[in-house]
Design a protein around this ligand. Structure first.
Ligand code: JD8
Length: 262
């Protein structure tokens, strides 16, 4: 996968040299380039912002540098230097929510291009013009306000690159994780068996794999009911048996009426 990032803070992406993403880059599984938007300014002050039409607080990112950046990184004819048509992703609090499902979708793309806004955001015409040439998705990390798109890109890239074939050594752990089955994970423990007077639950040391699996599912259900009732509401009712419902009740979740216990 090829990834290009455009930002006025290219130093924000230093962590992408580290850990498993750094290894994926070293292995050639990920070809990542970070670009300074100011490369595509022409005035002495390398200006990227201006006052908003219609008034209001703050500044808006000018369209011209963004237009040149996208022309350079997503040329409208296929060039001989291996350029491919990218999918443009623009973090914005007004975007569609980023989810694990979207991470899976993005992991199938051959080229992602991220445009990181700052200030109040980017002139809308940049996105409208880009959309005549390539798929454009405004994406939001969640319902809180950041200063700009950089942190969102770090999060999205971490979620996407770990799904690329060959990036995660232990491929088996992908489908057992949280959100794959629509529940939060059960709590984890390691040695020692007693630490500061706190014991690891006996069941986990019993060696009874059926009992362990049942305990973990109970804990996952109880936690999900207590912390993420929205996820419980989205579970297919037929996926819950009598014991599942009891665990949900212990987490404080009232099973909706009409669900027939099996
Ligand atoms: C991009 C500028 C800040 C946004 C005024 C100052 C994502 N989940 C998320 N929260 N916030 C962002 C985000 C915020 C951004 C930019 C993403 C570019 N800002 C602006 C509008 C209101 N502030 C985000 N993904």
């Amino acid at each position: 996968m090829r990834v290009d990032i455009v930002s006025i803070f290219p130093e924000y992406f230093a962590p992408l040299d580290l850990s498993l993403i750094g290894k994926a880059r070293a292995n050639g599984l990920l070809r990542l380039a970070v670009h300074d938007l100011r490369t595509w300014t022409h005035d002495v002050h390398r200006t990227v912002d201006d006052t908003p039409y219609g008034g209001g607080p703050g500044m808006v990112m000018r369209p011209e540098p963004w237009g040149e950046a996208l022309d350079a990184l997503a040329p409208d004819e296929l060039s001989p230097d291996g350029h491919t048509l990218p999918r443009l992703l623009v973090p914005s609090p007004a975007g569609v929510p980023f989810t694990q499902a979207m991470a899976h979708e993005l992991a199938t793309e051959s080229h992602l291009l991220f445009a990181c806004g700052r200030y109040e955001g980017i002139d809308q015409r940049v996105l409208d013009h880009a959309a005549t040439r390539m798929p454009v998705t405004e994406v939001s990390l969640g319902d809180y306000v950041l200063f700009g798109g950089e942190v969102a890109v770090l999060v999205i890239l971490e979620a996407v690159t770990r799904l690329l074939p060959g990036v995660l050594g232990n491929a088996g752990s992908l489908d057992e994780e949280s959100h794959a089955h629509g529940l939060l994970e059960a709590p984890l423990y390691t040695k020692p068996a007693t630490w500061r007077d706190l014991d690891v639950p006996e069941v986990l040391r019993s060696g009874d794999h059926a009992r362990i699996a049942r305990w973990r599912r109970d804990e996952a259900l109880r936690r999900t009911a207590a912390r993420r009732p929205d996820l419980v509401g989205a579970l297919p009712p037929e996926s819950l048996d009598q014991r599942d419902r009891a665990a949900l009740d212990r987490g404080g979740f009232q099973s909706p009426p009409g669900h027939v216990a099996k």
